[in-house]
Design a protein around this ligand. Sequence first.
Ligand code: AP5
Ligand code: MG
Length: 184
Amino acid sequence: MYLLIFGPPGAGKGTQSLLIAGRLGIKHLSTGEVLRKAVEDETELGKKAKEIIESGSLVSDEIMVGIIYDALKNGEMKNGFILDGFPRTLKQAAALDVLLSELGFPPVKVINIHVDEDELVKRMLGRGRKDDTEDTIKHRLKVYREQTMPVNSHYLKKSIVFNIEGNGTIEEINDRILKMLKSC
Ligand code: AP5
Ligand code: MG
């Protein structure tokens, strides 16, 4: 299966992606994790991305599309993937359409997780990642509403979108997602 997982910061994209990838035997790629690893390793990418990530703004489309292009080209995604945190802008979504079609991938399905804002904030403050401070969370939610929510409509027009109620336990949400995926 070829999946995208959407949802606001703290919605459980990473948590659910890991479970789904394990269950379906597909590759999980979190662009946030790629960037955090680059920061940790102090690579050129990491140096460029560090301040942006810590402020909660978005890294440039050019850099992000380059990361996805490399991953799609090197063969590791051939037998299925779940992209977590990408695409996050309309430009990234348009670039992904072109890449997938040029490289011969089938159409993607989209898992869209909905969680109340109060719960999102509670989850992130409880986690305590570097970008999980109150001010940065507020900014990440604003960036999500302004730049990422429009991407949902892009996929509503062309792909199968599964809307998932994301309040509840991790297991409950995982069951909902797997049932939805089985039904198509
Ligand atoms: P990214 O790493 O993608 O962060 P995010 O979208 O803000 O989302 P999170 O990782 O915070 O949340 P999540 O939905 O994965 O939830 P999780 O499973 O962790 O991006 C970070 C930054 O990188 C961006 O701000 C940007 O700067 C940059 N970036 C990344 N991709 C980019 C792109 N494409 N373009 C440009 N810039 C990009 O869960 C959250 C917490 O809740 C965890 O502690 C978890 O254990 C807990 N939890 C999960 N599910 C439940 C549940 N059901 N009940 C209770 N707790 C739960
Ligand atoms: Mg995540």
